[in-house]
Design a binder for this molecule. Structure first.
Ligand code: NVA
Length: 312
């Protein structure tokens, strides 16, 4: 059996991304319509970094899909320390229907997927946060309709997991993705090339700049994220200095379209990457985004289980 995984945003083709988003819309309206884990079968959720939204939304999603969420303590398990990722994968794959893992290295997640024999879902790594992007695209659809041709601007630490994921997922959706961050804090050339290759097929576009004001001009969607991602806490003071002119303020937002929406995956630091009056203001859709994690994750898990079962 060829097992399907969701490790990075471009593990879904553009057509599959549409299929998953359509399913998310359907499951949001009818939450118990898909039961791929009926039994209940168990789904392992492993967290090597802090979590609130991801744990709760996956727990609720798995339950609504008829399954039983199983929280595996990453520290107790000591994955890659007490035993190898390969061995952990082989053991988990004999017990659970799907593995959801938040960890540091993308390569560890890939190893897990190679050995598990069941779908593996990226619940955030240093490199990507693809489940957040499905929720974000669902949210943009709800507020703006068709994603194709919309302009989205990511402001801040564009080299982080959210910046990378916006490039790949936005390009897949046919969006025009602009990222604005200081030199050294934008996605790698390889990431741009990977996204540009997708955009060439979908009619999307990707670009990077140092200038948040130019990048936000006439945007439909303005996105930001913390300047200090999980695991970077020691760099906090240095990063706050580097990013100090990248706050999404009301003045910056005024450059976007009048009906632009503002997104943030949370947790948010008011007065740092985003002004309180912006995140708490009328253009903010952050609570819809947080809710949509559940609907989007249900859709992608149901999709992976169904596609894996179809493969010879
Ligand atoms: N870039 C952030 C996202 C949090 C959901 C981090 O990795 O901490």
């Amino acid at each position: 059996m060829t097992v399907r995984h969701f490790l990075a945003d471009d593990d879904l083709t553009p057509a599959e991304q549409v299929e998953v988003l359509d399913l998310a819309v359907r499951l949001k309206a009818a939450p118990h319509d898909a039961r791929p884990y009926a039994g209940p079968q168990s789904v392992a959720m492993i967290f090597d970094k802090p979590t609130l939204r991801t744990q709760v939304s996956f727990g609720a999603a798995i339950a609504e899909l008829g399954g039983s969420p199983m929280l595996v303590d990453g520290k107790l398990a000591g994955i890659g320390v007490r035993e190898s990722v390969e061995d952990v994968a082989r053991v988990l794959g004999r017990q659970v229907a799907t593995i959801v893992w938040r960890t540091f290295a993308q390569s560890d997640l890939e190893t897990m997927a190679s050995y598990a024999g069941v779908p593996v879902v990226n619940a955030l790594t240093d490199e990507f946060h693809p489940c957040q992007l499905l929720a974000d695209l669902l949210t943009v659809r709800e507020h703006k309709g068709d994603l194709t041709g919309l302009t989205v601007t990511f402001v801040g630490d564009a080299a982080n997991n959210m910046g990378n994921s916006w490039l790949l997922a936005g390009a897949s959706a046919g969006m025009h993705v602009r990222v604005a961050g200081p030199d050294g804090y934008r996605p790698s050339e390889q990431m741009f090339a990977r996204a540009a290759a997708i955009a060439a097929r979908t009619g999307g576009a990707v670009s990077g700049s140092e200038d948040p004001e130019a990048a936000v001009q006439d945007a439909d969607v303005v996105v930001t994220d913390t300047w200090v991602s999980m695991g970077m806490e020691e760099e906090k003071a240095a990063r706050e200095a580097v990013f100090s002119s990248y706050t999404v303020t009301t003045d910056l937002l005024a450059r976007a379209k009048d009906d632009a929406i503002v997104m943030h995956c949370l947790p948010a630091y008011r007065g740092k990457e985003i002004a309180a009056e912006v995140i708490d203001g009328p253009q903010s859709v952050v609570w819809d985004e947080a809710e949509n994690r559940r609907h989007a994750q249900k859709a992608v898990m149901a999709f992976l289980v169904a596609r894996s079962a179809e493969q010879p």
